[in-house]
Design a protein around this ligand. Structure first.
Ligand code: ADP
Ligand code: MG
Length: 708
């Protein structure tokens, strides 16, 4: 029987709830789930790469299980309480600096305490990695390489155990009794005497093992080194300055850390809370992580894999996971480098058009920063220039220490270098796409062109501006409607000796073709790029030059000078034009009539069907100024800022008529002059409000009808 809409809806909702483990961790992509060894897509069978330490246990993806089958699942837990202590204990004092660090850790941390789990898992993963390396190089078979976590609400403990390399007695004392690396030392120095300021810093710095004392009033370590004859040991400390070491028996090879949680940190004895933290930071750790017997990390770090081994649908699923999106990526760029920086990265351009929200400059980058598969920041806004914030994905770099604060991230030379390298690579990729599939690229340009323009406007380096400028596309007077050209292509069509790239900003091709400015260029058979986007004008003003050619708006006065240089020849017969004397008289009369509304009036041979046009030195800038300054006021006031030149076409019928009327009918001549001027200002986009001229137009119409 067919389901009713409502009950079907509930069914879907219920199914969705089962599929989504927690709001922090979206549904793990099914195809990324380890354990699916072969997968079929589009008729092809694809092998997933071998998984390190996957063990021999049957593992089923939790994402596709019903609640019931989870109950039935056989749990895999290696954590026991079998250890016994043997012989007498020895007491040790922490190294002086470590003591200070512990003090700061214990006293001043309130936020992001959860990262201690990431740190302990990372240490476990390191120990497993070291063991695997040793096993592989000695040719021994691999044992299970795993990390286990166990929560115990009653005892208020969290246990983290790995089957890694373990530590000998000396290593235990050395590694856990002194600050191992200089990063922490620098951190300590930076924090000297200002413990309060450090309250939010440790979570970001990460001080490895010691971060456990943020949440613990006692930490116990059981460890059995991989050396066959080495005895196991127990280490315990309350973090107050002393630690004790005792020999131990029945310790599983590897290291087990028992965190006795402080009363106010008992949340970390809660399974759901721990699961949330592990999936946030450690979802891509190579070794299987179990929490209370259930496998947690189910995702493959796609960015570490050989691009050839990743199928399209794996990318799709991974994209949906990292972007928290439901669409597909339209472009995928997997970029790996070892010099100048170690980079493993994947970038996606979403298939959907960016929303107003995405466009906002308030939005930072959505690319996550990892170091060796461990999350540093979910939204690392500084690893890409702002204009590339539409990209989704992951950047992993071994060169970035885990213990990097947000502040350092912003300033670090390393991050600056990373940003440069990534920007270059992304631009190169987009250029390649433009060549490979121009149609698809144009769609991208339509949807994401605003970001490209922003990149040009905001870049501080001219080379970068020009690099991004290579992505620009415009229609051109030399190409049929609908076809576009890059700036480089324009360059390749340029006549020998030309030094400029000409463009005209107009809302449509139709308006561009009929603009007086284009008319002037057409006569010279100069190619003009048509810019329809409202931000093109600003973008090209900022670009200024491309490949040593000047970007010149055909509306600017500079063009006029350029023509002067080229000794423009008037093609029209002298009889069609006003004589020199008539023209001189007319210009003087017009100057008088227009007063402060113009800075200059001159004759131009460049127009054909238009009686006049206005030029200002920087038309784009002038228009932008008018738009942003909301310059109201009279046309005289506006003219004082703009300093417009009125260029007139002395062979045009209206201009010739004007010359007759100035003596014959001065009143009508004045109306006509004002209208010619206003029309030219409108054509230039410098007069947005034509309402004040309606009265005059009506007067002119009445006169026209009387005459007829
Ligand atoms: P880091 O990991 O940056 O070296 P930590 O404070 O996290 O600093 O750890 C200090 C040292 O303790 C590690 O370098 C390692 O030698 C040792 N260690 C910590 N946890 C483990 C573990 N689970 N197994 C083996 N050795 C460990
Ligand atoms: Mg560590």
């Amino acid at each position: 029987m067919a389901q009713s809409g409502a009950s079907r809806g509930r069914g879907i909702l219920a199914a969705l709830r089962r599929l989504v483990p927690s709001p922090e961790a979206p549904r793990p992509p099914r195809h990324l789930v380890r354990g699916l060894r072969t997968c079929t897509a589009a008729g092809r069978t694809l092998q997933c790469p071998p998984l390190p330490g996957a063990g021999s246990l049957p593992w089923r993806p939790y994402s596709t299980q019903s609640a019931q089958s989870l109950e039935e699942e056989s749990l895999h837990n290696i954590i026991t309480d079998s250890e016994k202590l043997k012989g007498s204990l020895s007491k040790h004092e922490f190294q002086a600096e470590t003591k200070q660090l512990l003090d700061i850790v214990a006293r001043s941390l309130y936020s992001e305490k959860e990262v201690f789990i990431r740190e302990l898992i990372s240490n476990g993963s390191d120990a497993l990695e070291k063991l695997r390396h040793r096993l592989v190089s000695s040719g021994n078979p691999q044992g299970p390489l795993e990390i286990h976590l166990q929560t115990d609400v009653d005892k208020r403990t969290l246990t983290v155990q790995d089957t890694g390399l373990g530590m000998t007695r000396e290593e235990l004392i050395q590694n856990l009794g002194t600050i191992a690396h200089s990063g922490s030392k620098a951190f300590l120095q930076a924090l000297q005497g200002q413990a309060e300021a450090g309250s939010s810093i440790i979570g970001q710095f990460g001080v490895g093992f010691y971060s456990a004392f943020m949440v613990a009033d006692r930490v116990e370590v059981f460890t059995q080194a991989a050396e066959p004859s080495s005895p196991a040991h127990h280490w315990v400390s309350d973090g107050s300055g002393m630690f004790e070491v005792t020999e131990a028996l029945d310790v599983t090879p590897g290291t087990k850390i028992v965190i006795h949680l402080k009363e106010d940190c008992k949340e970390f004895a809660n399974e759901d809370r721990v699961k949330e933290v592990v999936t946030k930071y450690s979802n891509f750790v190579s070794f299987p992580i179990y929490l209370n017997g259930r496998r947690l990390n189910t995702l493959q770090a796609l960015w570490m894999m050989d691009p050839k081994e990743i199928s399209e649908w794996q990318h799709e699923e991974f994209y949906r996971y990292v972007a928290k999106a439901y669409d597909k990526p339209r472009y995928v760029l997997q970029y790996r480098a070892d010099a100048p920086l170690n980079i493993r990265s994947i970038f996606y351009v979403p298939d959907t058009k960016p929303s107003m929200f995405d466009v906002s400059r308030e939005m930072g980058s959505s690319v996550a920063l990892y170091s060796r598969k461990v999350l540093i920041l979910t939204k690392a806004s500084d690893i890409l220039p702002k204009w590339l914030r539409f990209l989704r994905g992951v950047v992993d770099s071994e060169d970035i220490p885990l213990n990097l604060s947000r502040e350092l991230l912003q300033e670090s030379a390393l991050i600056r270098k990373l940003r440069e390298v990534l920007q270059q690579r992304v631009i190169k990729f987009l250029l390649e796409q433009g060549k490979k599939d121009p149609e698809k690229f144009l769609k991208f340009y339509d949807d994401y062109g605003l970001f490209v323009r922003e990149g040009i406007v905001t870049a501080t380096d001219q080379n970068v501006k020009e690099e991004i400028g290579k992505l620009l596309r415009f229609e051109s007077s030399a190409l049929p409607a609908g076809e576009v050209s890059s700036l480089a292509e324009y360059g390749s069509r340029m006549k020998a000796g030309s030094r400029n790239i000409y463009y005209l900003c107009a809302p449509t091709r139709q308006l561009a073709l009929h603009s007086p400015y284009f008319e002037a260029m057409k006569q010279k058979e100069m190619e003009v790029l048509f810019c329809y986007d409202q931000f093109d004008e600003l973008t090209l003003l900022h670009l200024r030059e491309f490949d040593k050619k000047k970007m010149i708006s055909v509306e600017t006065g500079i063009v006029v000078d350029h023509y002067k240089e080229e000794k423009y020849e008037d093609s029209k017969a002298a009889t069609e034009r006003l004589s020199d004397a008539e023209a001189e008289g007319l210009v003087a009369w017009m100057r008088n009539g227009l007063g402060e509304r113009v800075a200059n009036i001159k004759l131009t041979p460049r127009l054909d069907t238009h009686p006049a046009m206005v030029t200002v030195l920087e038309m784009g800038a002038a228009r932008h100024f008018l738009r942003t300054q909301q310059l109201a006021g009279s046309s005289e006031e506006r003219a004082q800022v703009l300093q417009p030149t009125l260029e007139i076409n002395s062979s045009h019928v209206l201009i010739k008529k004007l010359n007759e009327l100035r003596d014959g009918d001065p009143e009508l001549a004045c109306l006509l002059l004002d209208q010619i001027y206003d029309n030219a200002m409108i054509a230039a986009g410098l007069n947005d409000d034509p309402r004040p001229m309606i009265g005059r137009l009506n007067q002119l119409l009445s006169r026209a009808l009387e005459c007829s």
